[in-house]
Design a protein around this ligand. Structure first.
Ligand code: HEC
Length: 295
């Protein structure tokens, strides 16, 4: 095998293996980064939703409850789940956020729009089976849109909640007027009744991660190709062509052409080789001359 072919083969193997390893590492890093970004978005939104809940519970509910109790129609603005959901709906009206979603996905909800779908029901059941788990997250596709979700168990921790969620007889009349007596009752203290879940659109972040992957891979392939081309040129110019020339001259000398010249050489290893051949050529000439004189 020629030196050039051998060197190229080794270079190509090293570069392909290098590309595969760096490509895999890069794709893992980008995927990790994308998931981290999605997760931190979801966590912030969840915290904001919970701040709205706390505010509604501590500041709005005490003001509205007395009125709600005596009115015909329930005032839902006094309910933390309602205000968290409504504020999130307002947030979703902005075009960029229309695919975000917040839900207190409940097995047996007061307001049927909070009803857990099949996927969310399974999450709640998992939380009920593993009461120690704090959050879970992952991906799911809803109507063709890839979404990242973070979900927390929703536990009934206060006795006061049971007034409206245990038996209809205890609930305010206005609540029964607005929501009926079939849903949202029968909850018990320390029950996990729902999952608080945030959905963040994932497609765009993964598309941009893919774009970064292609760009960086392209740049790496470009650099590797340039390195192969430059090494080839250098090898050809400063080694292979000179060795070929020395070999050719040596062949000419061997068949008696004493005028064949190695030409001007650089002062490097190949130059030294040519110089050594040159000295051999002179010695040969002298030896031949001496032989000729003897005859
Ligand atoms: C005054 C009655 C009342 C009290 C007290 C109350 N809730 Fe509710 N809750 C409601 C009503 C009414 C809704 C439905 C609101 C809507 O339209 O979204 C609701 C909704 C919810 C939801 C969303 C799922 C669903 O049922 O629609 C959760 C979860 C919830 N409440 C938990 C609690 C917790 C936890 C407490 C105690 C801290 C509590 N509630 C106290 C009346 C009450």
């Amino acid at each position: 095998m020629k030196i050039g072919t051998k060197v190229n083969l080794i270079l190509v193997i090293v570069f392909v293996v290098g590309l595969l390893i760096s490509g895999t590492a890069l794709s893992k890093v980008l995927e990790y980064k994308a998931e981290n970004e999605l997760s931190s978005k979801a966590v912030i939104l969840m915290e904001i939703a919970n701040s709205v809940r706390t505010y509604t519970n501590d500041r709005v509910q005490p003001l509205l409850m007395p009125i709600s109790d005596t009115q015909e129609k329930f005032i839902p603005e006094s309910i933390p789940s309602y205000s968290a959901r409504e504020i999130f709906e307002t947030f979703r009206k902005k075009k960029d956020y229309s695919n975000f979603l917040y839900k207190d996905a409940t097995l047996n909800p007061t307001n049927l729009r909070d009803k857990a779908d099949e996927f969310e029901t399974n999450l709640v059941k998992e939380f009920i089976q593993n009461p120690a788990s704090m959050t879970t997250s992952g991906f799911r596709t809803i109507s063709g849109e890839k979404l990242f979700y973070t979900a927390k168990p929703f536990k009934i921790e206060q006795e006061s909640c049971l007034r409206c969620h245990s038996i209809p007889e205890n609930a305010p009349k206005s609540q029964l007027n607005s929501y009926g007596r079939e849903h949202g009752f029968g909850w018990k203290l320390n029950d996990i009744v729902a999952t608080q879940i945030i959905y963040v659109p994932a497609q765009e972040i993964f598309t941009s991660a893919n774009r970064s992957f292609l760009l960086i891979s392209g740049v790496l392939i470009g650099i590797f190709t340039a390195i192969i081309v430059v090494i080839n040129l250098l090898l050809k110019k400063s080694v292979l062509q000179r060795i070929q020339k020395i070999a050719m001259v040596a062949v000419q000398v061997s068949v008696g052409d004493v005028d064949a010249s190695f030409g001007k050489q650089d002062k490097d290893e190949i130059g030294a080789l040519a110089e050594a051949f040159n000295r051999m050529k002179y010695s040969l000439e002298i030896a031949l001359k001496m032989l000729g004189n003897k005859e």
